[in-house]
Design a protein around this ligand. Structure first.
Ligand SMILES: Nc1ncnc2c1ncn2[C@@H]1O[C@H](COP(=O)(O)OP(=O)(O)O)[C@@H](O)[C@H]1O
Ligand SMILES: [Mg+2]
Length: 321
């Protein structure tokens, strides 16, 4: 199958003054991130809050420039390439965590869903209305005739996220980045949104980059997963294999925070929450070493992602499974 997105060796460091104001602190948000997403695949990027997931999404959408690295979208390099901005902005749409923050509360639902068509000058007014209504029926906001004239505050949180999804698919994108799309929703409506994403993928062959801190929703929806820890992917491969037999101690620790990654767990909130051993970002060797119960002498060197099977890679000298 064809790769719709290829991210190669992406680096982005933020430098800010330390609390004392005398030193500079470097946060390595992306420290050599590489992954690819196939057509009609859901690829999960999982990590704790603050691990850099949204920053990576913003770099892909070219809302933020990386320090280095290359990104290919639909066969074309989009980093630093003139003329490629339109391609990525049209072909890749984003659904954000907070539907209330990502849609304009003063616009009607019809105008919200239609806006990307206007931005990209697609169709005339009648066609835009028709495409927007169609997108609303695709996300099952019906009767569409009633919904289009409403304002966001008149809808529930789940319905608002459906509006955000309709807005994302109205331009017929090849890739949708869904950044924690259900984490702010009531647990009772989460599964409906995940089912919708699955259905849209099956119908239209859309690829998804599903960003989450929650491995139980990831297990429900994803095909492959990358586990992000302090700017590095520490383990990646098919989601079923990784959730059933993790090789990296950090993945194991994340899984321990969910007793059982089955759909039942969607009804509870399973955050990736592991205590930081220290706030210091600078490290030598494996970045998980200070928190790792299996650390050995060799871990003072930095482990690179290593192939352990046809489909799996892990950056760990110990490999617990
Ligand atoms: N423009 C910026 N300048 C400096 N630091 C930033 C900037 N954007 C994000 N950060 C920092 O980068 C870290 C990762 O942020 P983010 O990508 O939002 O993480 P996540 O989505 O995984 O929660 C946070 O500590 C945040 O404070
Ligand atoms: Mg985020």
């Amino acid at each position: 199958m064809v790769d719709i997105l290829i991210v190669r060796d992406l680096k982005k460091y933020f430098v800010k003054k330390s609390l004392t104001g005398t030193d500079m602190e470097t946060t390595k948000i992306a420290d050599g991130i590489s992954f690819s997403i196939k057509t009609a695949e859901t690829f999960v990027l999982a990590g704790e809050s603050g691990s850099g997931k949204t920053t990576i999404a913003r770099i892909i959408l070219r809302a933020l420039e990386p320090d280095s690295g290359t990104i290919f979208f639909d066969g074309q390099e989009i980093t630093n390439q003139k003329g490629s901005l339109k391609k990525i902005r049209l072909g890749c749409q984003m659904v954000q965590q907070d539907p209330y923050a990502s849609i304009n509360p003063r616009m009607t639902i019809l105008d919200i869903v239609k806006e990307p068509l206007e931005i990209h000058k697609i169709g005339n007014k009648d066609e835009r209305n028709r495409l927007a209504s169609h997108a609303l029926s695709q996300v099952k906001l019906e009767p569409v005739g009633d919904i289009i004239s409403k304002y966001p505050h008149m809808l529930s949180g789940g319905q608002r996220q459906r509006v955000a999804i309709a807005r994302a698919i109205v331009t017929n994108p090849k890739l949708v980045i869904a950044d924690e799309p259900v984490s702010m929703l009531d647990v009772s409506v989460r599964i409906g949104i995940l089912e919708l994403i699955k259905e849209l993928q099956e119908k239209h062959g859309i690829s998804f980059l599903y960003i989450t801190h929650d491995l139980s929703t990831a297990g429900y929806i994803g095909h492959r997963i990358a586990i992000l820890y302090r700017g590095k992917i520490v383990e990646t491969g098919p989601i079923n294999e990784i959730l059933s037999s993790p090789c990296h101690p950090y993945t194991q620790a994340l899984l321990d925070s969910i007793s059982n990654p089955d759909p039942e767990n969607l009804h509870r909130d399973h955050k990736i929450r592991i205590n930081e051993s220290s706030g210091i970002q600078e490290h030598q060797g494996c970045r998980f070493m200070a928190r790792c119960p299996y650390a050995i002498e060799k871990c003072k060197m930095e482990p690179e992602l290593e192939k352990i099977s046809e489909t799996r890679h892990v950056a760990c000298f110990v490999k617990i499974n």
